[in-house]
Design a protein around this ligand. Structure first.
Ligand code: BGC
Length: 473
């Protein structure tokens, strides 16, 4: 079956969408978005033709998202910038026995190409761009803060404002300065203070331009890995056990006996250290800019109880509870979800016959609705979906995924859930950590040799929904 048929398009609409995969210029973006609007059926919708008060008007209104809803897409520095040479990941990627499929290299060269990339985010129709600081660039040696690198991020923030995009800034997204990892990373007892100092310096330099700040991305991952079940781990080890086994090897190769990164280390120790770092980091940010909205981004699976021997509540207490408590003292909580998990003693494999995405997760867009409801009920703070998407080579599956995810999110909002935004992962195909460049999460394709960007239909379609603040059926 052709991908376009799967999402129910006519022949004419299919040809419009096919023509959307091409390299980008400003004119192209506008052309692409109108073609995609047509493909998504939005070209037929016009408020002007609908008499107010009619049932059609009510139906139309029911598809509208709240005013000032944040629509955006996200990236993380190490995954897109390229040449992050002072980071722990760069060091690990270049080991003779590396756990990484390939090194990050130039990545998407977003470090240099951010002006065109940020312009593209706006031209697609979004009003928000989420990206992260790279601590390893800003503080490449302990205690040395580079003003030139801070200025780089200042220019990125300014570019967002120039394009009327609200910048959502993540201060820490997985990669660490190499010196920090060599000293034990998050296992180091001074880690939280060292992190708070970085937060303070960065906020002093950049805070005025930040729309929403996040202290950290997915700090619950080290604990979540203990529950994960992805196909193909040797001897049925949990991912965490597998990583732990790799740690000794990394330390030996780096000749760094204390080395520990975000993923490699004792999950519980890392969690406690990250909780302390979040608290101190948030205080440091607020001490400089008390009115800056500060939260963090939590990885949340849509956990569902397995029919037998479910440890769902145990998982929630272990992984999410400390962070949901921390979120109660934040201005917002970012939730990041990709799929569901059936929780038995650990997470169970996806049900037989389920459609799997490129990284082995079940295709399950309804996770957004469920997770947003749960996070809102537990924390009572405003929720923003700060990551959601799928890894696929077949962009029509991404289109269906996004449309179903948004329909679910809208149901939750209509039921009173205070959700203020939807930020898709990811703007571009990028460096997917240990899996290298194989998984394709992007709404824009990137030719890694020429750095040419090519907008996919999903980017154009979501951009159009964003522009209209309205979900087409
Ligand atoms: C992370 C991203 C990652 C994405 C897809 C999230 O957990 O924040 O860095 O690329 O998932 O795996």
């Amino acid at each position: 079956m052709s991908p376009a048929r799967e999402i129910g398009m006519s022949k004419l609409e299919q040809s419009s969408v096919k023509s959307t995969a091409h390299a980008v210029s400003r004119r192209d973006v506008l052309r692409v978005t109108s073609a995609a609007a047509f493909a998504a059926g939005m070209g037929k919708l016009s408020f002007a033709y609908t008499p107010a008060g009619s049932s059609a008007a009510t139906a139309e209104k029911s598809k509208a998202f709240p005013d000032k809803f944040l629509w955006g897409c996200a990236t993380a520095a190490h995954q897109v910038e390229g040449n992050n040479t002072n980071s722990d990941f760069w060091a690990m990627e270049h080991l003779p026995q590396s756990m990484f499929k390939e090194p990050s290299g130039d990545a998407c060269d977003h470090y240099h190409l951010y002006p065109q990339d940020i312009a593209m985010v706006a031209e697609l129709g979004f009003n928000t761009y989420r990206f992260s600081l790279e601590w390893a660039r800003i503080e490449p040696e302990e205690g040395f803060f580079s003003l030139a690198e801070l200025d780089h991020y200042k220019r990125m923030l300014a570019a967002c404002h120039e394009h009327q995009l609200t910048p959502m800034l993540t201060y820490y997204h997985f990669s660490l300065p190499r010196w920090f990892a060599i000293k034990g990373g998050w296992q180091n007892e001074k880690a939280a203070d060292l992190y708070a100092r970085f937060c303070e310096k960065a906020t002093r330099h950049l805070g005025d331009l930040v729309g929403y700040a996040s202290t950290m991305n997915e700090p619950d991952i080290p604990q979540l890995l203990n529950w994960f079940n992805l196909p193909g781990t040797p001897g049925g080890m949990s991912i965490a056990e597998m990583m732990q086994a790799g740690l000794g090897n990394v330390r030996k190769q780096l000749n760094a006996p204390e080395f520990s990164d975000f993923f490699l280390g004792d999950g519980k120790k890392t969690r406690d250290s990250l909780l302390a770092a979040h608290g101190k980091g948030k205080d440091a940010m607020k001490s400089v800019r008390p009115d800056m909205p500060v939260g963090f981004n939590l990885a949340m699976q849509d956990d569902q109880a397995a029919p037998e021997d479910s440890h769902l509540e145990e998982k929630r207490a272990d992984v999410y509870a400390p962070w949901l408590d921390a979120a109660k003292h934040c201005d917002y909580l970012g939730v990041q979800t990709y799929s569901r998990s059936l929780v038995g003693k650990k997470d169970l494999p996806a049900p037989k016959g389920a459609e799997l995405t490129q990284n082995g997760m079940e295709f399950y867009p309804e996770c957004v609705e469920h997770v947003v409801r749960y996070a809102s009920k537990e924390t009572k703070v405003p929720i923003i979906v700060t990551e959601n998407g799928i890894a696929t080579e077949d962009d029509s599956r991404r289109v269906e995924y996004i449309q179903r995810a948004l329909a679910g999110l809208k149901r939750a909002i209509d039921d009173g859930v205070d959700c203020r935004g939807y930020i898709a992962w990811s703007l571009m195909d990028n460096f997917e950590w240990m899996s290298g460049y194989t998984p394709k999460f992007g709404m824009v394709a990137v030719d890694l040799k020429t750095q040419k960007r090519t907008i996919k239909p999903s980017g154009a379609i979501l951009g159009n929904i964003a522009r209209k603040n309205f979900l087409a059926s």
